[in-house]
Write a protein that binds this ligand. Structure first.
Ligand code: MLT
Ligand code: MN
Ligand code: ZN
Length: 291
């Protein structure tokens, strides 16, 4: 299995168009690398690729990734579909960019599919896609030889979304497994807390891509303008997840969905040193992982 880390930033990216914070300014000055919004591409055979989350940056991410280039026919694409961890705009607005590609499959929790009803109605005019609800903890196969399982991790409802008619899970983590190699990738870019059972998932994974939105709990209130108690429910800060990750030195651990306020973006910061000192990585967009 191959995974390409297409983007590593939280909503807005780094730099964010309307933000003059330290890291955004440093990127504009060429001091730090730019980061596009969080997404991954996975393939079991190098031919059939699946996007996991579709940010508004998906066009640039596809263009920057040779394996995802169109072909061999003039309108062929190796992209078979999209899996969504949640319904947040930074993970779903890219679906509109992908319009017109016939026959894409979108796998997402039923709650997410419900929230996306208006988007789906718009996209239906551009081509027939298949929208498939993902059942928690029930493995299914993706074209190209990958087995995937969703694990509910959080009840964080997007600000724009209403509660669905039936109770459901707003956010899942995905475990991708290549039965041929035994390689396991765990992708959890939106984690409100360290859920029960998550230690076992991290322990059995070769690589985990984890929510690194904020470093300190206090950063959340400042970034969202909401009371930190309320905002704190959305993203477990690195200050709280790093001690958990320290318990899994055998797993390759990478933070993603980095908010532009996060001091970890600066490789000279003490926060970055603390993360890398624990053996946990902050990687560049475009990083390729073999599993
Ligand atoms: C999140 O990850 O919490 C959301 O993407 C926030 C947002 O809407 O920008
Ligand atoms: Mn987000
Ligand atoms: Zn900024």
């Amino acid at each position: 299995m191959k995974a390409v880390v297409l983007g590593t930033a939280a909503g807005g990216g780094v730099p964010q168009w309307n933000c003059a914070c330290g890291p955004c300014t440093a990127v504009r000055a060429g001091v730090l690398p730019a980061r596009t919004q969080d997404a991954v591409a996975v393939s079991g055979n190098g031919v059939d690729w699946w996007l996991v989350n579709a940010s508004p940056d998906i066009g640039a991410q596809l263009a920057a990734t040779p394996a995802l280039a169109p072909g061999p026919g003039p309108r062929d694409t190796p992209v078979r579909g999209v899996l969504l961890t949640d319904a947040e705009l930074d993970h779903t607005l890219g679906l509109a960019v992908l319009r017109g590609a016939p026959g894409l499959r979108v796998h997402a929790p039923a709650t997410v599919l419900h929230a996306l009803a208006p988007t789906r109605a718009v996209l239906a005019a551009y081509g027939e896609w298949s929208w498939r609800p993902v059942e928690p903890e029930r493995a299914f196969a993706l074209t190209g030889g990958i087995e995937v399982t969703a694990f509910p991790v959080s009840g964080k409802r997007p600000r724009y979304a209403a509660d669905p008619p039936a109770a459901g899970h707003w956010v899942v983590a995905y475990r991708f497994r290549d039965p041929a190699t035994g390689g396991v990738l765990l992708y959890a870019p939106c984690l409100a807390s360290w859920p029960a059972g998550f230690d076992a998932l991290v322990a059995e994974a070769d690589v985990v891509l984890l929510d690194g939105t904020f470093h300190a709990p206090s950063e959340m209130g400042a970034a969202t303008g909401r009371p930190s108690g309320q905002a704190a429910m959305g993203h477990l800060p690195i200050a709280h997840s790093l001690p958990e990750l320290r318990g899994h030195p055998a797993t390759r651990r990478i933070y993603t969905h980095l908010n532009n306020t996060n001091p970890v973006l600066d490789p000279t910061s003490p926060e970055h040193a603390e993360v890398t000192g624990a053996g946990v990585e902050v990687v560049a967009d475009g990083t390729v992982i073999d599993l």
